[in-house]
Design a protein around this ligand. Structure first.
Ligand code: SAM
Length: 226
């Protein structure tokens, strides 16, 4: 399974979709990162970091700390490293979310955007994230493909790899099972103006796209505990 994801996202990286995701995800990603209150000395993990745009954003906030981005795709990690050369406090590594190569309590913040639903063992990955997050540390994830966002279900057939379609309640429950405390969810919205016509390709009709935007992005937040 990991190999299938690696190959698929290597293709995405080679096709320029890493940069494309920055454009698409950043308007909501920035708001989600603001919710994390990243301090100047924070130790931050970005899980499924893609092209590394979020890691760079977080590295600007934690100039006395550091950010590590991990991704299953070696091409994404290569792209992220190449575009982050001017950041002395970022490191990117090839790793699976289900087996994080870090010690317990190593990070004070963790972030993951549009990555969790690809994991075959999401609960295992959440347990790993909680393990490497210090007690009281904060993990924030953003997902656009979820049960309550009906048009997003169209992606399930478009994607070449299997995904998990969960509701906000199921996400909260998995967070709790993984040992996170103070688990909350909320929606965040892309502030960009809605287009008069739609030719994006991710949705069948403009109405679907408008409903997708109206549903917003699901943000789930939990705190590490011992
Ligand atoms: C839709 S992209 C999002 C990338 C980035 N977070 C962004 O918002 O632009 C999903 C990313 O998750 C990574 N990924 C998928 N399964 C993974 C796993 N099991 N462990 C680590 N990364 C994974 C993919 O390689 C890909 O880069």
């Amino acid at each position: 399974m990991d190999e299938r994801l690696r190959i698929e996202f290597n293709d995405w990286a080679k096709a320029g979709r890493g940069e494309g995701m920055e454009k698409g995800h950043r308007p909501v990603g920035e708001q989600a990162i603001d919710l994390m209150n990243i301090s100047a000395d924070a130790r931050v993990l970005d899980i499924g970091c893609g092209s590394g745009w979020a890691a760079r954003l977080m590295a600007e906030k934690t100039h006395e700390g550091h950010v590590v981005g991990i991704d299953i795709s070696d091409e994404m990690v290569r792209l992220a490293g190449e575009t982050s050369k001017s950041f002395p406090n970022i490191e990117f590594r090839v790793a699976s979310a289900e087996r994080l190569p870090f010690s317990d309590d190593e990070f004070s913040r963790a972030f993951s955007m549009e990555s969790l639903y690809y994991y075959a063992d999401m609960l295992g990955a959440l347990k790993e994230i909680r393990r490497v997050l210090q007690p009281g540390g904060v993990f924030v994830t953003v997902v656009d493909l979820y049960q309550e966002n009906r048009p997003s279900h169209q992606w399930i057939d478009q994607l070449n790899v299997p995904v998990q379609l969960l509701s906000s309640g199921q996400y909260r429950s998995l967070f709790a099972q993984a040992g996170f405390v103070n688990v909350r969810d909320q929606r965040l919205y892309d502030p960009r103006p809605l287009p008069d016509d739609y030719s994006g390709g991710s949705f069948e009709t403009r109405e679907d796209y408008l409903e997708y935007r109206k549903s917003g992005s699901l943000v789930v937040r939990g705190e590490g505990a011992k």
